[in-house]
Design a protein around this ligand. Structure first.
Ligand code: UGA
Length: 442
């Protein structure tokens, strides 16, 4: 199939590369000339496992190309994906101007043709309920007819950073939101090679597809906030949240994923999408109370470590040297958007502490926010020198099995605040650490 992808951000690049890998002819468009030059020269602006390999192969096979010109991509395309940013606007609601502008540009190009033909316009970005209709109106306003010249499909993505290529190539499910049978059939053919393991392609209406995306992210975020509250209660009643988690996860109705207590969720999706769904409720006269709590529990959890440290040092963090392991919002990414580590750094700096941090990937991205107000270390043991405490914010593999004797001897005082429950509390006590984790006795 001939495919155009508008927007070469994270979702656009992963989707375009994976569609090309399945033998489709893909042209990606971006208005950013530097980025297109970079991609044309064979360089990727993001890191994602396996992406480079597929990207290089499909460029070589000439199935994947890049342009700044809509015309090059759109006129031959049977399916056009919109993978554009929808940043929060001034009132916090998703700004759809990039999406609607792109739809307008495509429509303008098509009406100029003697025969505009028929194309499917696919919303791949996470967009508020009703956006497919707005895209459709934008096309219709330019004189095109739905069903004859175009159909709009909502096709949300469920990619996780750090596992995006795998998630795209082997999705648990594909959601196709459309009321057009013609569009549904074509989209089903496009996705069939990706679901050979028997996972379903679900065809639903546009609004249900848009709701599925927000519901999935919100229910996952709700599980995390719920388990964080269970952890807080476990601490008070003398129970261990990890044992509670194991006990409940054997119930197949609950399952074992997304039940890890910690210092809260971050990233560019969960906080934004939970907020957006809450706002959608308000716009329709519905107060979605649980979502409010999910967010406030998460804010509280991201600040938990600051309060613990403050309490431990009797309210005097002034001049205390704090070592930090992990800055990224989760492992295998350099993404620090909404990262709990950043909330903790802010709290520590406000109280006059000195922070030295190590992260395998996220130092440069952290510098953008904190510059030289904190120090950065090149290896994981360096920040421990004479530090008054170590705080762990991200569960990178290398933090799971460190040389604990070395950690103990390098720290000025052997105190560890572990936001990711990486170590066994009794072993830490035996080794002479003061060890504080989340929802477990110490
Ligand atoms: C999330 C969803 O998992 C994807 O399915 C979705 O496509 C994506 O958002 C999106 O909307 O684009 P992502 O933001 O990459 O993906 O991150 P996750 O792996 O879901 O982790 C989110 C946060 O939850 C992290 O801060 C992580 O530390 C935290 N988390 C996760 C917990 O605190 N406990 C858990 O048990 C699991």
């Amino acid at each position: 199939m001939n495919i155009a992808i508008i927007g070469t951000g994270y979702v656009g690049l992963v989707s375009g590369t994976c569609f090309a890998e399945m033998g489709n002819q893909v042209t990606c468009v971006d208005i950013d000339e530097d980025k297109v030059d970079m991609l044309r020269s064979g360089k990727l602006p993001i890191y994602e496992p396996d992406l480079e390999h597929y990207f290089a192969r499909n460029r070589k096979e000439e199935r994947l190309s890049f342009t700044t010109d809509y015309e090059d991509a759109v006129l031959d395309a049977e399916v056009i994906f919109l993978a554009l940013p929808t940043p929060p606007g001034e009132d916090g609601s998703a700004d759809l101007s990039y999406v609607l502008q792109a739809a307008g540009t495509i429509a303008d190009l098509l009406v100029e043709q003697d025969d505009p033909g028929y194309r499917i316009i696919v919303n791949k970005s996470t967009v508020p309920v009703g956006t497919a209709d707005r895209v459709s109106e934008t096309m219709a306003d330019r004189g095109l007819t739905t069903g004859e010249h175009y159909d709009v499909v909502s096709n949300p993505e469920f990619l996780r950073e750090g596992a995006a290529v795998d998630d795209f190539m082997k999705p648990d499910r594909v959601v196709i939101g459309t009321s057009s049978e013609k569009a549904a059939n074509k989209m089903t053919r496009l996705y069939e090679p990706f679901v050979r393991q028997g996972n379903p392609i679900l065809v639903v209406d546009e609004r249900s597809a848009e709701m599925i995306k927000y519901t999935a992210n919100s229910i996952l975020a709700t599980r995390i906030s719920f388990m964080n509250e269970i952890a807080n209660l476990c601490e008070r009643v003398g129970a261990d949240v990890d044992k509670v988690r194991l006990g409940i996860s054997k119930d197949h109705r609950i399952g074992r994923h997304f039940l890890y207590a910690g210092i809260g969720f971050g990233g560019s999706c969960f906080p934004k999408d939970v907020q957006a769904l809450h706002r959608t409720g308000r716009q329709h006269g519905y107060d979605f109370q649980i979502l409010d709590s999910v967010l406030s529990v998460n804010d509280q959890q991201r600040e938990l470590m600051v309060h613990r440290l403050d309490e431990y040092f009797d309210g005097d963090l002034e001049g205390k040297k704090i070592a930090m392991w992990g800055l990224a919002f989760k492992p295998n990414t350099d993404d620090v958007r909404e990262a709990p580590s950043h909330v903790i750094i802010e709290g520590l700096l406000e109280r006059g502490a000195e922070v030295t941090a190590f992260d395998p990937e996220a130092i440069e991205t952290t510098k953008v926010n904190f510059g030289d107000s904190i120090s950065y270390a090149e290896d994981m043991y360096a920040p421990l020198e004479n530090a008054d405490a170590l705080v762990i914010c991200t569960e990178w593999h290398e933090f799971r099995r460190p040389d604990l004797a070395r950690v103990h001897d390098t720290l000025g005082t052997p105190v560890v605040f572990d936001g990711r429950n990486l170590y066994d509390p009794s072993r830490m006590a035996e080794m002479g650490f003061e060890y504080f984790s989340i929802g477990r006795p110490h």
